[in-house]
Design a binder for this molecule. Structure first.
Ligand code: KMH
Ligand code: ZN
Length: 274
């Protein structure tokens, strides 16, 4: 039997701007509104990038702290997954600063890739070991973000050498210019390449968002949606909120008889209960 469906909402991102979709949150109040819309619609995890009021991305722990506390006030049991990826061009030290807020969950980016134009999102093997060790020492649950198959292969090498500890939870982020596409065969290739007993979530960028969500729902995976990944609710129509994107996934899940996991159930599925 398939487990209940975990929906993660990537509400803010670091690269998407209000010029792309007015609903992208910058201020603390906007972050809370967007997180609450996603949570009310069925998201149990909020994937969070902090922004300043002018939209500039930051990994500053004090800014994260204020945003996290404000979101928790509005959505008391929600799981907040902070980004250690930050924005393209940030240094390792800058990116890891967010872990000083003692988050419950964080991303662990598992390889380097081109990120459009001249941009490179750098995650060397030593970066991954360093981020993983810091999170393990601090008991932060990590989600391993893989943008192509080679990233999964690298995690398997690191698992063998003892650098990564179970239970393993992956996220396939597909459709980044420079990473792997999000076609159906890509999805199957990746899920069939995972270590035994790993759980996974799928985040499709742009037009890949909902087709990949539907596949993950059918095959027992989990789903991430949100304005970080996709600004449209359907072709050419901007999403009004993160909640609207989450609701669309909930409706697809209903068609397949897949129930939605609460934050409590999500912690159990991911082995986060203490
Ligand atoms: N903003 C991207 C360069 C993560 O959150 O860990 C990296 C990213 C991954 O979004
Ligand atoms: Zn992110």
């Amino acid at each position: 039997m398939k487990s209940k469906l975990i929906i993660t909402c990537a509400i803010s991102g670091a690269e998407v701007m209000k010029e792309h979709n007015q609903a992208v949150p910058y201020s603390i109040n906007e972050m809370v509104q967007q997180a609450k819309s996603a949570y009310d619609a069925g998201a149990s995890i909020i994937h969070l990038h902090a922004r300043y009021d002018d939209g500039a991305p930051t990994q500053d722990k004090d800014r994260y702290d204020v945003i996290i506390k404000a979101i928790q006030k509005a959505c008391p049991d929600v799981i907040i997954q902070v980004s250690t990826g930050g924005a393209v061009g940030m240094s390792r030290d800058e990116r890891i600063a967010v872990l000083d807020v003692n988050p419950e969950m964080a991303t662990l980016d598992c390889g380097t890739l081109n990120f459009g134009g001249d941009d490179i999102f750098v995650n060397t093997e030593n970066d991954i070991k360093y981020f993983a060790k810091t999170m393990q020492d601090d008991h932060v649950k990590y989600e391993m973000e893989c943008f192509e198959k080679g990233h999964i292969d690298l995690t398997k090498r690191l698992i063998k050498k003892g650098y990564l500890q179970p239970p393993f939870h992956y996220s396939f982020v597909l459709g980044v210019v420079g990473g792997m596409t999000g076609e159906e065969r890509d999805f199957h290739f990746l899920r069939e390449s995972l270590p035994e007993n790993a759980t996974y979530s799928v985040a499709g960028i742009g037009r890949y968002e909902f087709p990949l969500a539907e596949l993950a729902i059918q095959y027992g995976g989990h789903v991430r949606v949100g304005l970080e990944d996709n600004i449209y609710i359907e072709k050419g129509v901007l999403a009004k909120s993160n909640g609207q994107l989450v609701d669309k996934v909930v409706q697809i899940a209903k068609q397949y008889g897949r129930e939605i996991a609460s934050p409590y159930e999500t912690r159990k599925i991911l082995g986060m209960e203490n």
